[in-house]
Design a protein around this ligand. Sequence first.
Ligand SMILES: [Zn+2]
Length: 484
Amino acid sequence: MVNTAASPSTPTTISADALATMADTINERWAGDFLTHLQKMVRIPAVSPSFAPEWAADGHLDAIVEYAADWLNAQGDPDLTVTISRLPGQTPLLIATLPGSTPDAKNVLLYGHLDKQPGGGGWTATSGPWEPLVKDGYLYGRGSADDVYALFAMWGAIVAAKASGADYPSTTLLLEASEESSSCDLPDHIDALADIIGQPDLVVCLDAFTPNYERLWSTSSLRGIVVMDVTVSILSATTHSGDAGSIVPSPFRIMRQLFDRIEDSSTGEILLPELTVELPDGAAEIIDQMSDSGLDFPTADFPMLENITPDHVDLRTQFLKRAWTSSVTYAGMDGFPSSRQAASVILPSITTRLSVRIPPTLDPQAAAAALTAAFETSPPSNAQVTVDVIAAEAGFSALPLSDKLAAAVQSASQRNYGKPSANFAAGVTIPFVGMLGRRFPAANVLTIGALGPDSNPHSPNEALNLDAAARITRAVSEILVTGF
Ligand SMILES: [Zn+2]
């Protein structure tokens, strides 16, 4: 018999019986206690700290982290160590560790989060964000898919891996409570827990978007973001535009000229060379895969009005530009009255909030510095221009997985979805992925999730596709036992 486990690029073989046991274990748990407890956790309004300044007094974040810890402890695994990390003024974080089947087992870090977006209004599928409802294969409720399901996906993957009879790696379950606030408290917890976490060989992030449920999509890159306020000041007081127009420069006109320094206003192309990058090896192939994989135009996802022409009309270009180029949006303006209140005057000073997405491999501090210099250097009409950088978050570009892990991911996708896995180069920013990738540079990083196009994250009617949850749990379980 050929021992395929010895090959560096072939997943460890497990028997059909073991696979069936794993699948049954996971399917039963998802149809049973996982679903029951996830519904109870939907009821906890554990809103992330950015949206809930009184979170410490409210106690909901503590409540959901304690619920998860109690539930894990109740699983009765004598080797499982569950700890709630608490740091002054910070949200709690749950960490649980379970040794692998052998002393030299590899080390896997599984990431998820228990904090949630605010409930918001407009819910129609269920009576409100904190009222779980199972209907037509979905669990509706805030946090169901983003990202409380991850607790059960992690645990189901581990339990099934142990039930398979195959060797399994050491696992660390990390569930934070500040993800929807840019993971503001995660770095300090990771520092405090460095000895417990050690050096993972694989980090599995269970909080990503999946463009469909047809295969196991893994997010290969994410853009970074720079947020800044640009203020143009011309006058010390509001002035009559009949008197002053044609003489006093309009601050809006100056602002337009400043924007023209960074962006081609007819195409939306970013003009600063400092905000562009060379595509790393493999990036173009991932874009090709995306375009050839049957994915629809991203354009179809956006509620554009009839006959609006998108910035790019070709599918591959849309994927490429969204993943690997900078784009700016003018997200807010201060200094203007509402149009109904507006008099015919020249305003003394106006401010624009810019949100600039930057390519995955670009240093966000360098991007912020280039933008600041573009605005502040020799302003038109000697206007007073000030720039206030609000945030500068790096993106992330994953290195290719080790050959054996990549092969295990392919097999897990093929078995559980009927199609091979594929990479997805995303346009969004998920700060914790880059943070973990930089913190553990030797680790393989696999960023996957059950948040599909019908999940409505951050919106009314958030829903977990229960079949997708069970599938991703089975896939992770198989990767644990076949990937090392
Ligand atoms: Zn999330």
